[in-house]
Design a protein around this ligand. Structure first.
Ligand code: MG
Ligand code: MG
Length: 271
């Protein structure tokens, strides 16, 4: 088994810097998400933004991945390749972004609504994000990896959702994917012990339908087997005593979404 790294405060600050840049990049993406935009356009916006901070869009070229973002639309769960296909009103798109700067990674994801989405899909997004919050609540020193998975699984399955098994969260630091694996399912009190200084990317992938997934023949995109939509949210955290510290942020993203929402309401009123 690969060794788990415990990060110093100096290292944690560098991971925070990369993680915050991911949050700002995703906000830049959020500003541009609307029906008609292509995920390739979003990808180049993100790449340019990251490079303007003298950072590297780390996904690009990682295992030969072609994009700076993973853009996973509707039934795509994760690892979606940016394409020329325009997003449509009613779609959802998970945007996953990685930044490498000063030798340390940040990795965070958010699933966006494109225009107006169905109520049951909006609920899936809200609850997937809530499952991430519940996971973070139990990611404290003295608990175990299985407590994180249990928190996501028990909450998500209470709504009848499918919890993806094949893809998992991970340790994070000088490499994008470090030990330990962080599954979104599990049993309380099982798995590696959580200790102070462990940095984890926690990323629930929750399907509206069944848990089964398959890979598309593009060699990358993971889609649900039943074709129903899937949501994905990801934060980077550091394990502490009492309460985990979240190193990434959705604050910039949600500021943009709030503003977009106000504009949509005003537009509707004047039409
Ligand atoms: Mg990610
Ligand atoms: Mg990740």
């Amino acid at each position: 088994m690969r060794k788990i790294n415990y990060r110093t405060e100096e290292e944690i600050e560098l991971i925070r810097e990369s993680s915050l840049l991911v949050g700002k990049t995703l906000a830049e993406v959020a500003r541009n998400i609307k029906p008609g935009v292509t995920t390739l356009e979003l990808d180049s916006i993100a790449e340019e933004f990251i490079r303007s901070y003298n950072a590297v869009p780390g996904f690009k070229g990682y295992n030969d991945f072609p994009g700076s973002l993973c853009t996973s639309v509707n039934e795509a769960v994760v690892h979606g390749v940016p394409t020329n296909e325009p997003l449509q009103d009613g779609d959802i798109v998970s945007v996953d972004c990685g930044v490498y700067k000063n030798g340390y990674w940040g990795d965070s994801a958010y699933t966006f609504a494109v225009g107006d989405i169905e109520d049951e899909v909006a609920s899936l997004l809200k609850r997937t994000k809530e499952s991430l919050n519940r996971a973070i609540e139990v990611a404290v020193a003295g608990n175990r990896i299985g407590d994180i998975g249990f928190a996501v699984q028990s909450y998500s399955e209470s709504f009848g959702y499918g919890v993806v098994r094949e893809l998992v969260g991970h340790g994070l630091g000088t490499d994008l994917h470090e030990a330990p694996e962080v599954p979104n399912y599990g049993r309380k009190g099982n798995g590696p012990l959580l200790k102070e200084g462990m940095v984890l990317a926690i990323e629930p992938m929750i399907n509206l339908g069944g848990k089964s997934v398959r890979q598309k023949n593009d060699g990358w995109t993971i889609v649900t087997s039943d074709g129903k939509v899937s949501a994905h949210f990801e934060h980077d955290i550091v394990v502490r005593k009492g309460r985990a510290e979240v190193l990434s942020t959705f604050e910039y993203i949600e500021e943009v979404l709030k503003t977009n929402c106000i504009f949509r309401v005003i537009n509707r009123m004047v039409q």
